[in-house]
Ligand binder design. Structure first.
Ligand code: MG
Length: 400
């Protein structure tokens, strides 16, 4: 049957949106987020929006794919995914998975608008209409408005209490790998004292050696950990840690593509794989990941890397449609100073509510896009892999 949802044009606009206060992590500092806002137009006049990582390189890769996708039917999300994957290895062209993810997000938005249904329904149906979110808790430098500056266990516990009281979070995830492991253990102990019922997670982004993880994780487990995320590097390192500590391990670093799942599974390295619409190449690929994880009985969570409101909508739609996603998803949303959608997300009872409208359920505020595109042009892409306060810093922490 002839479809009138054929792609006419794809536009991509990079924006840079600042953080309320700079967020510290093991490899640098996140002063903001640079995202590419994608717009797909169809011959039928329906327009879809998507979002993905990056600036200039992402725009160029999207332009490259646009030439291949023009005239194709928006329903052909898997065919286009295959085409995008082929350019990852062929024709001397590199098109990372996140590039197609931004386009595919807009395709789902179009399909939802064309059918009058939320994307979650197209992904298999609405399993939940409220998606729990973890309170992402960073050590922060002081921000321009005097906010931030948490660099002690007490200050982190104060901030966690504030986030829980304001938004109703039931899970707190500490981003570590910034201070000595014993200092970060004290932060977890302070959190446990203040929030006796909260689920706690800890993620040092592989800043620890295997030996440090084997020494420290049992001490952290004593305060109660839902899981530790990437305590050390590589599948082999994670497997050696997991073999000797009774703490579930999650990852968004050592198993980030399908080809890495078999080894991670065979070595018992990972208890929870963190899905990511961008890393894994789109919503259809994330559904495939959910199936693989279910088959292997590996847990499924969701990673965050400073998404704005469009990507957040895709995350919420996917979580709403995925019964086996049994962990509160991550989000940086409460640390970001602004958004580029007309009605920014609001936490309700520690999570996001599935929008009622068709498609992704959010609309872009193009004045905001123009404003933050100017900022992108002035400042360039945010480089989170550097900390100007620690210019010689490398993310390998000694045990004590
Ligand atoms: Mg992580």
């Amino acid at each position: 049957m002839e479809s009138n949802l054929r792609i006419e044009a794809i536009d991509a606009t990079p924006v840079t949106v600042p953080m309320v206060a700079p967020l510290r992590w093991s490899m640098g500092v996140e002063t903001g987020t640079t995202r590419c806002i994608v717009q797909v137009r169809t011959r039928a006049g329906i327009t879809g929006i998507g979002e993905t990582y990056g600036g200039k390189a992402t725009v160029e890769a999207i332009r490259f794919l646009t030439e291949r996708f023009r005239g194709m039917d928006c329903w052909e999300v898997d065919r286009m995914s295959r085409i995008a994957q082929s350019f990852r290895i062929a024709y001397e062209t590199f098109v990372p998975a996140h590039v197609y993810a931004g386009i595919e997000m807009a395709l789902w938005d179009i399909l939802g608008k064309a059918t009058g249904q939320p994307v979650a329904k197209l992904l298999g149906g609405i399993f939940r209409d409220h998606v729990p979110v973890s309170a992402y808790l960073f050590y922060r430098y002081l921000g321009p408005s005097g906010v931030g500056g948490e660099d002690t266990p007490e200050a982190m516990a104060d901030r966690a209490e504030e986030l829980v009281a304001t938004h109703g979070f039931e899970v707190v995830k500490v981003k570590g790998g910034v201070f000595a492991p014993v200092e970060e253990l004290r932060t977890l102990q302070a959190l446990r004292q203040r929030l006796p019922d909260a689920k706690l997670r800890y993620d040092p982004n592989a800043a620890w050696s295997v030996e440090t993880a084997v020494t420290m994780l049992p001490k952290m487990a004593a305060v109660g950990l839902e899981y530790a995320e990437d305590p050390t590097d590589l599948i082999e390192g994670m497997a050696r840690v997991r073999a000797s500590v009774p703490v579930p391990l999650a990852t968004n670093m050592c198993v980030t593509r399908f080809g890495e799942i078999p080894l991670g599974f065979r070595l018992g390295a990972v208890d929870v794989i963190l899905s990511d619409v961008h890393f894994w190449g789109g919503l259809a690929q994330c559904r495939k990941l959910a199936g693989v994880a279910e088959t292997l009985q590996i847990g499924l969570g969701m990673h965050s890397d400073r998404e704005l409101g469009v990507s957040t909508a895709a995350m919420v739609q996917f979580a709403a449609a995925t019964p086996t996603l049994a962990y509160a998803i991550d989000s940086h949303y409460h640390d970001q100073a602004d958004d580029i959608i007309t009605q920014p997300w609001v936490y309700e009872h520690g999570g996001f509510r599935l929008p009622e409208g068709p498609g992704l359920g959010v609309e872009v505020d193009w004045d905001k896009v123009r404003h933050y595109h100017e900022r992108y042009l002035a400042e360039g892409q945010v480089n989170e892999f550097f900390d100007p306060h620690r210019p010689g810093w490398i993310p390998i922490l000694p045990l004590y």
